[in-house]
Design a protein around this ligand. Sequence first.
Ligand code: RIB
Length: 301
Amino acid sequence: MKAEIAVVGSANLDLVVDVVQVPLVGETVLGGDLRRIPGGKGANQAVAAVRLGRRVAMIGRVGDDAAGHDLRTSLESDGIDTTHLLSTRGTPSGIAFIAVQSDGDNSIVVSPGANARLSVDDLIAAGPTLESAAVTLLQLEVPLDVVTAAARTAHGTVILNPAPAPPGGLPDTLLAHTDVLVPNQTELAALAGFDGPVDPSTAIGLARSLPCGSVVVTLGADGALVVDHTDVVHIRAPVVTPVDTTAAGDSFCGALADALFRGETLTAAAEWAVRVGAATTQRAGAQPSIPTPSEVEQLLG
Ligand code: RIB
């Protein structure tokens, strides 16, 4: 069966430690026991979309190690098509080192490993999947030339989550092939070359300065801004006390893809995505925290 949503992106093994506060430069802190959890922005977005009911294919690379085996098995157990999740000989899988603070915020360092070996040739091999998917989800934990090629190849709606934001901004060709850009405030500032705090009114101007379709700016606990060239809608988030914010942005993107696939307007899709993102903060870990539709309702009360 053809995938409704194609995800081109990373799969990482997350090595997670709970801390009271993430360390400052030069500081050592003691944390809790190490947890090993499937993650990676691409894989998390794929898991979000599939748990919301979509047929999803994942295009990416894992290493030929135990982590790669576990990441693949985990995606398959969620029902994700891994035909184009390639194994990379002699290369470690992507690993993310994550410290989660007691307020639920985190700091992440990613060692891309096999994710960095994803190539344009791999993408060409997966061309039919990208051409038939109604929505393609992209992020930036795989090489930029591959992400750009994916945006050009995709025939459906292209959603780009520019995370992590590259210091030099994004090529105009990639933005031109992006229908919906989904940055957080920090990523938006980096892409627009803005050096200062990004409050919602600044975000509107920065979003409109980018040569892409619509922009949905995620604002964490403040919800999201849907910005196009004529309108702005601020969607408020449900009030929650976060346990762990890891993958909240990823589940937001997966939910946006789900709702756009179902023919919702961008504003309605963002309303759904804000709820799914908020629900994701209510449980620990990346993929274990990503909810089904009924869990969204249970977790938000
Ligand atoms: O967005 C959260 C994800 O970022 C984690 O799962 C980690 O793997 C990094 O990619």
